[in-house]
Design a binder for this molecule. Sequence first.
Ligand code: PMP
Length: 411
Amino acid sequence: MSQVWPLFTNIDVDYGENIHLYDRTGKKFIDFTSGIGVTNTGHCHPRIVNAIKVQSEKLLHGQTTILYNSMLDELSHSLQKVLPEKLNCFFFSNSGSEAVESAIKLVRHATGKPNIICFQGGYHGRSIGALSLTTAKSVYRSGYQPLMPGVFVSPHPYFKQYTEEDNEKRTRQCLEELKHLLNTQSSPSETAAMIIEPVLGEGGYISPSESFIKGIREICDKHDILLIFDEIQTGFGRTGKYFAFEHFGVIPDILVIAKGIASGLPLSGIVANKKLMDKWIPGSHGGTYGPNPLSMAAAIETLKVLEEEDLINNSMHMGNYLLAELQKLKNEYPEIVDVRGKGLMIGCEFVAENGDPGTFIAEKVRKSCLSKGLILLTCGPYNQVIRWIPPLTIEKSEIDKALTIFDSALK
Ligand code: PMP
């Protein structure tokens, strides 16, 4: 094979149907990865496939830097319905990393300030700018340094098996350290923005407290610093709400979106207030491809499916069910040290007997599940967390099937 990166599985995938994938021999797998949080509407939802087919006969390349295309307005309008009024201007691109680059460029351009603060454990992409903000694992960064200058990393409370009281203490400490960073390393007058995933993805499926996210918003407001939420993984119903920021009652200045937006076709973007976006003078940012008409057609239909099939609520209900069931397994198996999550974005963390991260156990369980037809992925700084991110179309009986396999793998 000519591929240079390691594969999590050796499945030679042929086709997908809702929560299932089939290999070329016809073997069926339950997909609890959703292609890393992309296929929220399931694999090859017939309505979305049809929208792509219809569009493919009309126009394949939109040339949006040359031509106006009313699909852009239709897509923006559909997104606007599920976003706060303040977030009313869109810039679309193809991949998540590309959208993060857009955010970096916009905040630098609009504020004239050079620095960006990110948070420990965050994952924002692989291109050099986005990678510079990524601290989920050093394997992503090593071999590519020095990365983009002007990036400062602030601590994240990284909650897990701690008590409520501990969590609040860690939140206060982290906010103090953020203030200290502004006072000692990157002054507000040089800090354009802060960027955070409201729920850490690759970094371990960790949700901070409301007070942490609110505290960051307050510090940004006090010092005239823009706040960027990277909701590439958490968006479009993954956490049981349309966007994870709704859990925290905090609205960002810039929202970065991708993955679940187009059910598998490449589409990403940033959303901000028009006043901020207008600071980008025409021609100062752009690209040949984004947004592709097929991706836009898929996205417009995806938003309808999410709404009409009530998939955001399903994510919340099925997520609560899965979380409760995994918590029962935690009580049974001492190797599971923590089970946490919001909606259908759930992490199950393993620990070794000597207290070290349970990398080996998580990998063994993941592989055993795979051999029994259940595809799961790991995450976390030591790959010690198994993540549960099925399509939002999942039903209780299918969760039960996956849990039976997981339980037998644990045994
Ligand atoms: N940000 C977050 C939160 C992500 O989860 C990812 C992808 N895992 C990215 C950025 C990068 O997106 P892409 O791989 O499409 O460049």
